[in-house]
Structure formats: structure tokens, C-alpha cells
Design a protein around this ligand. Structure first.
Ligand SMILES: NC(=O)c1ccc[n+]([C@@H]2O[C@H](COP(=O)([O-])OP(=O)(O)OC[C@H]3O[C@@H](n4cnc5c(N)ncnc54)[C@H](OP(=O)(O)O)[C@@H]3O)[C@@H](O)[C@H]2O)c1
Length: 432
């Protein structure tokens, strides 16, 4: 690489603007650490006249990113638009075939097109780096690719979405409903104001699980229908009952090899409030890796926000400037595997089920009889009557059972007229 490194930033939103300012501020430091001088020679966003967190140098700005890629000499391009396809994919493709190294925080793009783009990068002998796509500033991808490179990883799981962790923590701390806390999260910039759906329904965490699995198990990015549930149905009631039971609800992303098959999931879990993961609160992310010979290793830190994300983007930049070309997923696409998928219906856990019912004789036994039919044994029942409305809340904690069994029970509960709404199901993680 030359002594002078030319940089382009495409997308000047929350991340792109912060990154621009960091690159300007840390220019000298980067030179000391790499021996190379960096220069921002192209910036692009959709709206030329939008007010940004820095003064736009009109000479380097273009609202057409391809204008920058085609007409300026660029060594490294940051894609900070954030779409899973479309312009984001086209920019990355174009840059790679033009022999430009690419860095992106765009998890949706990598989770969807990572295999194809990694092959393209390898074929064109350039880097494609995406450390910022998983857990913001926490260097989890480099830890897997470099620090733990010869370990046999068996399982990797954790809290991968700061928005949902903030909401669950704040509901417990403030005793406020999901909807009120969601508004707080939006006001503080932790949740997207217009469409927070992808955080809440588990999709964001699932994109990260896919990237982690690919790296941890040298696997191609998975394409199956994994178990994905978000936190939209968690009510304050569930948080309070969990507290009574010395448990906490956390949205976990899980990637594991079970019986030589790949299991991936994102779902709310009840975890002990004395466990490590049960005490990762607020916007924090945490990832636990189980490998051989390392044993259990944990990384924790801020999972989102422009600061931590830029930290990861700059780490990728320095890594590219310092070293030779590396394979985006650690090894060549030729050696990456297609591990068969674990069948979700065999996934088994103890379960928490909350039923809202009419307070009538025989209702509880109709529920327990259904469990008995599928040989699901019950560990605990908590019944709270609402005498004024003739209703009751029944919480049942079961011993371990499989997804297929609980699915069958839920379809029977659906027909039970005394169960007023769909029961809330939360899996107890790592419980017998
Ligand atoms: N925000 C975080 O905390 C965070 C954390 C980790 C990872 N990420 C990832 O970082 C990426 C960027 O996120 P963000 O929060 O910075 O998004 P954002 O604030 O919505 O910014 C997107 C930027 O893309 C620009 N853009 C859209 N279409 C364009 C086009 N056709 N040509 C040129 N520019 C275009 C927009 O231009 P205008 O400004 O003119 O509209 C805007 O500046 C996403 O992949 C996201 O998942 C974000």
C-alpha cells in the first residue's frame, strides 16, 4: 500500500458523520500507528443540503457515490448507508471490482450477501471488513478470527441488541409498560424513531447470529428458518413475575453446534439474576464463547451508537493499512462448509407460560391436562386471581420439553375458550 491512503465515506448519517470527525481528529495518531497518511478524498450522502455534524467540503462531496468510486483514486471505502441490498450492495460490489478495500458496519448486507461479497473480495484480492456489524465497539469478530483462531468453538451466545436490552432493563427498573419504555428508548436515540421493528422482533440480533456462526464454525452464512422471536409480547407483568422468581428476561442470540448440526436462534430467555448474562443491563452487549481449549470467554461492551461503531470501523481501517489482504471470513470461501441444520422441533428447554384466563372451576386442570397429554411435567404454578373482573393470571413453569411438544399444546390452548389470549411463552435458558 502507498504511503498516502485515500478514503471515501459513503453515507453521512449517524455513523458516517461521526466517522468523518474521528478520521480528521485521529489523522496524526493513525499515521503514527501505521506509518501511512490518510486523506478523505470523497464523501457522499443523498441530500446535498442537509445540515451535518461537520462542514461539508463541496469539492469532495457528491450525491452520486459511483461518481466518487469511478473518478477518484480511492484505496479504502466505508459503506455507511445501511441497506441490505440495492445501492449498498452495488457500491460494495463496484468498489471491490475496482480493487478498493471496503469496510462496512452494515450487518443486514453482510448477513444477506456476505458469502457472495467475500468471494468477490477474495477474487479481487481486496479486504472486506465488517467488525462494526456485530456488537458495535466490542471486537468480537477479530477475537474469533485472530485471538481464538485455533480454538474449536462449540457455542457462542449473548445479548446482541442494545435497544431490546435497554427496554427490558428499563421496564424492570421503572415499572413502566413496554410502550412507555419504547418511547423513552426512541427519545434517547436507542431505538429508531420511525421503525424500531427490526430491533424488537429479533431480526437485528439474528443477522448478527448469522455472521457469528459463519465465523465461529467456518460455515457459509445460514439460510434456514431459524427460531426468531422478539420482545414485543413481553409485558411488565412478565418482568415482575420473573423478579419474584429471581430471574430476568434477556433477548439472547444463540449459535451452537448440537450433534454436529448448526442451531441458531434469537428469543427472549429467562436467566438467573445471579448469572453473568442476567446482569448485563441497559444498552450493553455481551457475548460468551465456549471453545476448546480456551473454555469460556466473555466480551462485553456498548453494542451500538456512533462512538463504539466508529471504534470498530477505525480498527478495521488500521488493520487493512497495516497488513496484507485477509479473507473476510478468516478462511477462503473454498474451505467454508455447509453444516447441516439442527431441527428446531427438537430444541428443548424448561418453559414459562403465562395464561390469562376466565376465573372458573376446571380451567387450571384443562391446562395441566394438556401438558400431561404431552408428558410435560410441571415444576411450578403461580395463580393470581383478578376477583373484580372474574379473571386470573396463571403462570406455569415446566420441566424441559421440546418445541414440537409445546407447539402441539399451544394449538390445543388456542381452542380453549377460557384462555382469553395467546399464552406468553418464554424459555428458561440453561435450566433443567
Ligand atoms: N447507528 C448506530 O448506532 C449503528 C451501530 C452499528 C451499526 N450501524 C450500521 O451503520 C450503518 C449506517 O447507520 P446510520 O445509523 O448511520 O444510518 P443513517 O443515519 O440512516 O445514515 C444513512 C446515510 O446514508 C445516506 N444515503 C442514503 N441513500 C444514499 C444514496 N443513494 N447515496 C448516498 N448516500 C445515501 C443518507 O443520506 P442523507 O443523510 O442525505 O439522507 C445518510 O447519510 C447501517 O448499516 C447500520 O446498521 C449503525
Amino acid at each position: 500500500m502507498n504511503k498516502n491512503i485515500n478514503i471515501a465515506i459513503i453515507g453521512l448519517g449517524q455513523i458516517g458523520c461521526y466517522l468523518y470527525n474521528e478520521l480528521v481528529k485521529k489523522n496524526k495518531e493513525i499515521e503514527i500507528k501505521t506509518g501511512k497518511k490518510i486523506k478523505i478524498v470523497g464523501i457522499s450522502a443523498k441530500n446535498k443540503n442537509k445540515k451535518r455534524k461537520f462542514n461539508i467540503n463541496k469539492k469532495i462531496f457528491s450525491s452520486n457515490p459511483f461518481d466518487i468510486i469511478n473518478n477518484r483514486k480511492i484505496d479504502i471505502l466505508f459503506e455507511c448507508i445501511g441497506l441490505p441490498d440495492g445501492i449498498s450492495k452495488k457500491i460494495v460490489e463496484k468498489a471491490i471490482v475496482n480493487k478498493i478495500h471496503v469496510i462496512t458496519p452494515n450487518k443486514s448486507l453482510i448477513a444477506k450477501h456476505g458469502d457472495y461479497l467475500a468471494k468477490l473480495a477474495e477474487d479481487n484480492n481486496v479486504n472486506l471488513e465488517f467488525e462494526a456489524s456485530v456488537a458495535g465497539g466490542v471486537p468480537i469478530l477479530k477475537t474469533i478470527k485472530e485471538g481464538l483462531v485455533t480454538n474449536k468453538i462449540k457455542k457462542i451466545y449473548g445479548i446482541l441488541n442494545g435497544t431490546t436490552n435497554y427496554i427490558l432493563t428499563e421496564m424492570e427498573n421503572s415499572n413502566e409498560s413496554f410502550q412507555i419504555v419504547l418511547k423513552k428508548a426512541q427519545a434517547r436515540g436507542y431505538a429508531e424513531p420511525s421503525n424500531p421493528k427490526l430491533d424488537l422482533n429479533g431480526f437485528d440480533a439474528y443477522s448478527k447470529v448469522k455472521i457469528l456462526s459463519a465465523l465461529a464454525f467456518d460455515n457459509k452464512i445460514s439460510k434456514h428458518n431459524a427460531l426468531m422471536e422478539g420482545i414485543e409480547n413481553i409485558e411488565l407483568k412478565d418482568i415482575k413475575i420473573a423478579k419474584q422468581l429471581n430471574l430476568r428476561i434477556k433477548l439472547l442470540g444463540i449459535s451452537e453446534i448440537i450433534n454436529n448440526r448448526l442451531f441458531e436462534a434469537v428469543h427472549p430467555c429467562l436467566v438467573g439474576n445471579d448469572t453473568y448474562i442476567g446482569n448485563v443491563n441497559g444498552v450493553m452487549n455481551a457475548i460468551i464463547i465456549n471453545g476448546k481449549p480456551i473454555g469460556e470467554s466473555i466480551l462485553q461492551g456498548e453494542g451500538a451508537g456512533p462512538g463504539p461503531t466508529s471504534s470498530a470501523l477505525l480498527s478495521d481501517l488500521i488493520s487493512i493499512v497495516r497488513n496484507d489482504v485477509k479473507k473476510p471470513f478468516g478462511i477462503s470461501y473454498k474451505n467454508r462448509k455447509n453444516i447441516k441444520y439442527f431441527d428446531n422441533k427438537d430444541y428443548s428447554n424448561s418453559l414459562y407460560l403465562r395464561f390469562e384466563v376466565n376465573d372458573k372451576p376446571g380451567v387450571l386442570s384443562s391446562i395441566t391436562n394438556t401438558f400431561a397429554k404431552y408428558k410435560i411435567s410441571i415444576k411450578r404454578i403461580i395463580q393470581t386471581p383478578d376477583k373484580i373482573n372474574n379473571k386470573a393470571t396463571i403462570v406455569i413453569i415446566t420441566h424441559k420439553t421440546t418445541e414440537i411438544n409445546i407447539k402441539k399444546c399451544l394449538s390445543i390452548f388456542k381452542k380453549n375458550k377460557n384462555i382469553i389470549k395467546k399464552p406468553t411463552l418464554i424459555r428458561l435458558y440453561n435450566y433443567n
